[in-house]
Write a new protein. Sequence first.
Length: 169
Amino acid sequence: MNLGNRLEKLLRENKIRLAKKQLIDDLMKYHEIDISEKEFVDFELSKEEHKKVYERIRTDNIKSFTFPYDEEKVKAKINFIFDYYKKYEDKTVMFYPSAFGFYFKNSNQLYLENPIAISIPLAECKQIVMKLMLEMHDDLIVTSKEFNFGFVFSEDEYSYVSLEYWDNC
């Protein structure tokens, strides 16, 4: 490996390490959510799976609905999706909390540019989603490691929330 490639790799690894630290710090600071002991998904896999989620919701036959943002409706839909996946609650999923609730214009938060996933049981994921959902400004993604099931919550600029989900098991 030549010096330029090695330096590029080291800079990329440092950027990812800093992004994880910023995410951990911000979740604790703004929401009192401690993910410091959670296992992070390998960044390359995390980035690849993040891309696959968007490809899937554009191309596959998925279920979805859209509704105007309302706190009670959002809570009800979160309860719905976790009830829908109740049989998987012990399964470990890739959860992307990175941009959920932290979207600031001109932010220098590296996790907004890098899709960072944590590996977490689906049931535990619900607790975090419930804490974060009231400040939803971007997409929230949960997907199984096998990509058999998952969902995306998103809010558009007109304050409509979409829930897109699939289950191939």
